[in-house]
Write a protein that binds this ligand. Structure first.
Ligand code: GLN
Length: 487
């Protein structure tokens, strides 16, 4: 049993099917690791021990009867913004501390139908707003590589849980980098699919034109296995796209020979830590050895992605979060004097500082006098960025560069200056603005801390970006490194 936690999800699924161990044993081992590390990492908001063990026993019975789906009996954690029927969905906020959804998000329902066993809900930045997991109402998550450092955000709980091998995979969401940035800082693999590839139904909304659910795992092959079950059209989400889901797992082994890799000039700017750059350049050489050809490409409007994002995302958030009014669900203040007082105090008490900052910025850029100057202008620049990507993909298959400018930073280091914090996502936001699929995978270490490599592809090219990540992982072993104390 001792090596179950360092096995990949693919190995665990095969081991369960071959009945080398039971789901109950595996799930119990995960729950024990989660509980043992909670005081240090704070990766979970809720742990669902009883229901997990019940589901595991049912999975064992299904496997014994020769049945079950592709993930039967495999433990998985959900970021705490995917609605789970009967289990609290807090979104990392006091506003939803008491919220128990009456239904499952489509992602949750699909993974359940594939046989996965939910062991808990992971910690996150409040309403997914953050790059360090320090805005959570439930306290910060710590990076398993060094607990004085942040794990990244907003899916920091999911990333820390996978990196510390508490679970083999976890769901996450990415609005401006929240899957890829924590994957990079925690030394794991994460995929943000094409906008519309994975249903947003039952995913608490932050910025609806950018939010996309995806997976954090230790390998691209595991991410492919989970994504295959999560993805696909959903009548309940009007932005989900009715395009068939390829078999991402079957596509993994296709050779890379002739892959045209674009090296994005704008990603190698002065903000990139030189040691990070070295690791990324070495990885590009690995791709060359694997048969890829490299060409430099430039996306001239890409440097505008952070300012565009910090107009568009707050605008959408200010509208989405208007629903939290103390009336229908979520936090309600005590003894309101009248309706205005109920709104004001419920929202003032329920939301934290970063969420309030975004709501105010968003309300401002949407207000009558400023709409044209900020919101409309940002939407126009967003189109230019999109057009830059479309042009680039006429000559290359994928774009490769760093995921983040630096490795993980210290807790508290950037909390006083929101703009410095926002710049963590400088290399990830472009893919969200253009709705493109992108993967981050570990590509080495700087001073003992993991560094992420990012691969961005054209719309609906998840199979190709996963294949490119998988080929790299067959040639290197960075993804197999486990933080000290968790091996
Ligand atoms: N760090 C970015 C933000 O705070 C992105 C967050 C995300 O992708 N959810 O908005």
């Amino acid at each position: 049993m001792t090596d179950l936690h360092t096995s990949t999800l693919t190995e665990l699924a095969a081991g369960l099917r071959a009945r080398r161990f039971s789901s109950v044993e595996l799930v119990r081992a995960c729950l024990d690791r989660i509980e043992a590390s909670q005081g240090t990492l704070n990766a979970f908001i809720s742990v669902t021990r009883d229901s997990a063990l019940r589901e595991a026993a049912a999975a064992d019975a299904a496997l014994a009867a020769g049945g079950g789906g592709p993930l039967t009996g495999v433990p998985i954690a959900h970021k705490d913004l995917f609605c789970t029927q009967g289990v609290r969905t807090s979104c990392g906020s006091r506003m939803l501390d008491n919220f128990v959804s009456p239904y499952d998000a489509t992602v949750v329902a699909r993974l359940k139908a594939a046989g996965a066993v939910m062991v808990g809900k992971t910690n996150m930045d409040e309403f997914a707003m953050g790059s360090s997991n320090e805005t959570s109402y439930y306290g910060p998550v710590r990076n398993p590589w060094d607990t004085s450092l942040v794990p990244g955000g907003s899916s920091g709980g999911s990333a820390a849980a996978v990196a510390a091998r508490l679970v083999p995979a976890a769901t996450a969401t990415d609005t401006g980098g929240s899957i890829r940035q924590p994957a990079a800082l925690c030394g794991i693999t994460g995929i943000k699919p094409t906008y519309g590839r994975v249903s947003r139904y039952g995913m608490v909304a932050f910025a609806s034109s950018l939010d996309q659910g995806g997976v954090l795992a230790t390998t691209a092959a595991d991410a492919a296995l989970v994504l295959r079950e999560m993805a696909g059209f959903d009548v309940n989400d009007s932005t989900s796209v009715d395009v068939p889901v390829p078999d991402y797992v079957a596509a993994l082994e296709q050779p890379l020979g002739g892959l045209k890799v674009g090296v994005l000039k704008e990603f190698f700017d002065k903000g990139l830590d030189p040691k990070n750059e070295e690791r990324v350049r070495e990885s590009l050489r690995v791709y060359e050895r694997l048969g890829a050809t490299l060409t430099e490409v430039s996306l001239p409007n890409l440097p505008l992605s952070v300012p565009v994002y910090y107009v568009v995302a707050p605008a959408e958030c200010s509208s989405n979060l208007a629903r939290f009014d103390g009336v229908r669900f979520g936090h309600r203040c005590e003894n309101p004097r009248d309706l205005q007082d109920l709104y004001r105090r419920s929202r003032a008490e329920g939301f934290g500082a970063e969420v309030k900052r975004r709501i105010m910025t968003g309300t401002y850029v949407l207000s009558a006098g400023y709409y044209d100057a900020y919101y409309l202008k940002a939407q126009r620049v967003r189109q230019l960025i999109n057009a830059d990507f479309v042009r680039a993909f006429q000559s290359v298959d994928v774009l490769i560069g760093p995921t983040t400018p630096t490795p993980a930073f210290a807790l508290g280091a950037k909390t006083a200056d929101p703009v410095t914090m926002y710049l963590n996502d400088i290399y990830t936001i472009g893919a969200n603005l253009a709705g493109l699929p992108a993967v981050s995978l570990p590509c080495g270490f700087v001073d003992g801390l993991p560094v992420g490599l990012q691969i961005v592809g054209p719309h609906f090219s998840e199979a190709r970006v996963l294949q490119a990540a998988h080929a790299y992982q067959r040639a290197t072993d960075w993804h197999a490194r486990v933080p000290r104390g968790y091996a």
